[in-house]
Design a binder for this molecule. Sequence first.
Ligand code: SAM
Ligand code: GLN
Length: 286
Amino acid sequence: MGITLQTLKNRIRQTLDAVTLSPEQTGAETAYIMRYILNLDDVAVLSDPDREIPDTLEKQVDEILKCRVERRVPIQYLVSKAWFYGLELFVTPEVLIPRPETELLVDQALALATPSGCRRFLDIGTGSGAIALAVASRLPEGCHVVATDVSSGALRVAGHNARNLGLSGKVVFLEGSLFEPVEGDVFDVILSNPPYIDPAQRDTLAPEVREHEPALALFAPEDALHFYREIANRAGQHLNPGGWVIVELGMGLAEAARNCFSGAGFSTVRIEPDYAGIERMLTARL
Ligand code: SAM
Ligand code: GLN
């Protein structure tokens, strides 16, 4: 006889507790397993706690819990799914798992998008396509998004997400470093959540991040400011007059990143905190 749904859910929670940082994270990760492995939501447990779970499913869940706890694989890679800005994205270890604080960047980009205002958006280092697709899903008619990445593996995942979400017609994906794939092209808004971790900080990262997320997505070459300097110095050639740059900031980088943009001739440079009070978003206008 198989075990009950309630018993399995309790086992999932207790096992995950060993590696999660808060009860909220345990709840969220449990929900991922319930939804994507058992095809159930919380209502199912409440309404039918004694339902029997087939042995094969129980084994599948145990296998996932083992990878999660022993190898510290992020839950999103184990179920190949992550949520971002209300979109369900396909993710593999070739892409960074989109972070909730990055949703603020999307909010700021959308605030600039009006049919008569900003119409052309560029997302540099698109990874899973999270930012580009979230922006594209809410843009008014007549707006366009171009998204780039140096990683062909990431672009395959992003393209897959665009097709799954019915957004292929609204985003063009191009491969190459920084502005290389958009030579001669201009935009109204340039967006980026670039790699911003100093390689010297590698040992301070959680094992989930350090061992499993792509190094190319995490670490800035040389030092943490690399991509802010590059974007600040080169964005001018790719922006319409009055155009904007919005970039996500690593913790503690706000003032140094501000100097990169002011020094490159951007007028207003605004910095805003995330929900945890960390200075997270930099918006600069040419
Ligand atoms: N935009 C996604 C998000 O917010 O979830 C992914 C951001 S991840 C921090 C940075 C991305 O930049 C990775 O997908 C990585 O492959 C890409 N990348 C790294 N170096 C790059 C470069 N020189 N030019 C363009 N993209 C680069
Ligand atoms: N926000 C990610 C982290 O803290 C890093 C992503 C990045 O470098 N842009 O692990």
